[in-house]
Design a protein around this ligand. Structure first.
Ligand SMILES: NC(=O)c1ccc[n+]([C@@H]2O[C@H](COP(=O)([O-])OP(=O)(O)OC[C@H]3O[C@@H](n4cnc5c(N)ncnc54)[C@H](OP(=O)(O)O)[C@@H]3O)[C@@H](O)[C@H]2O)c1
Length: 322
């Protein structure tokens, strides 16, 4: 058995592959053999120390696999079941024990690779579109990183719900991908100012909701893309964390709303987790959302995967094969 360990937070060179032995699962736990691990930007935040974790730790929040053993009292899964989970640190490993109430059984129509590429990102897209704000038919929405992991799913699902989807990407090459994610308008923000382009695309009106995963560099300009009473959903910090020293900025820019949501708050019960996952698997199985796995890395090459994600070289989702 192998896992990645971070002894000190820092660069991607802090991700070390080690051998280890795993005991039997405890009461309420299941032992999983991972088949595919999801790479997420939150893994970078923990590795760098932006989000605190006690060292040493094994990063990774998401994986699919097969249940090998279950501990006392586990009834929701059994050995041989295909499962997926997210939001439980320690997925950068070949095997692990995990509380069984984190595990979602996988339907036949969803492969392990697709599950690991989509559960965390797709549950995020789900709560952004249905729970943080209930997107309505005709609502204009603006999505940063529209060719990335969360962005790809968010744009496709938002369009299916009747949204007018404006997506921004960081390079010419990513524009076609954002178009394939069903964006109505795609902006190359390395070339064009996105505020002007969003205003242009909405006849000067602005959008009902901005989904900003970039944080520090784009937050304030994102407010300028909103119509009066519009909603800024700041759900990530790829360029650094956001702070608003003066709430008056929201008044001056049109009585705006801001929310800083986290997935965990929308999947805190097993019922919420499995219901929301079912909604996601449904749109994947009926073809509304196509999960684009842009790249795969071996577990031993995890540092390369982190560097690619941080250097904006990935597209769609990335999976790690143990
Ligand atoms: N709050 C939540 O519940 C929650 C849950 C899941 C994910 N998230 C957030 O959602 C975001 C997307 O996550 P993901 O895993 O799907 O990643 P991703 O979108 O696939 O990758 C990040 C993308 O951000 C863009 N970017 C712009 N400036 C960047 C910079 N300085 N450094 C790195 N990337 C930059 C790049 O796209 P371009 O080159 O096209 O600009 C890059 O591909 C992250 O911010 C993550 O923290 C939040």
């Amino acid at each position: 058995m192998q896992k990645i360990v971070v002894n000190e937070t820092g660069g991607a060179d802090q991700l070390h592959l080690v051998d280890f032995e795993l005991g039997a699962p405890g009461a309420g736990e299941a032992q999983i053999k991972h088949t595919a691990i999801g790479l997420n930007f939150i893994d970078v935040y923990f590795r760098t120390g932006l989000y605190p974790a006690e060292t040493p730790f094994t990063p990774g929040m998401e994986a699919a696999g097969i249940v090998e053993q279950v501990g006392e009292g586990v009834t929701n899964v059994k050995p041989g079941d295909r499962v997926v989970y997210c939001g439980a640190m320690g997925s950068y490993s070949t095997h692990r024990n995990i509380p069984a109430d984190k595990l979602v059984p996988l339907p036949d129509g969803v492969s392990d690779d697709v599950a690991a590429a989509s559960l965390l990102k797709g549950l995020t897209a789900h709560y952004l579109l249905f729970l943080t704000y209930q997107l309505k038919k005709g609502d204009a929405m603006f999505v940063q990183a529209a060719a990335g992991g969360v962005g790809s799913i968010l744009c496709q699902w938002g369009k299916h719900l009747g949204g007018y989807v404006i997506g921004a990407v960081g390079s010419e090459e990513k524009m076609a991908l954002a178009e394939a994610n069903n964006c109505d308008v795609v902006i190359n923000s390395s070339k064009d100012g996105f505020v002007e382009k969003v205003r242009e695309a909405t006849n000067g009106k602005g959008v009902r909701v901005v989904y900003d995963s970039l944080g520090k560099d784009t937050f304030e300009r994102g407010l300028d893309c909103l119509q009066p009473h519009g909603l800024m959903v700041s759900y990530g910090n790829a360029t650094g964390p956001v702070s608003i020293p003066d709430l008056g900025i929201l008044a001056r820019k049109g009585s705006l709303h801001v929310v800083r949501p986290m997935l965990g708050a929308y999947t805190s019960t097993y019922e919420e987790l499995t219901n929301n996952a079912k909604a996601l698997f449904d749109v994947i199985q009926n073809g509304v959302v196509k999960v684009n796995i842009g790249q795969k890395f071996a577990l031993k090459d995890i540092a390369k995967a982190h560097n690619a994600l941080e250097n904006r070289e990935t597209t769609g989702s990335t999976i790690i094969l143990p």
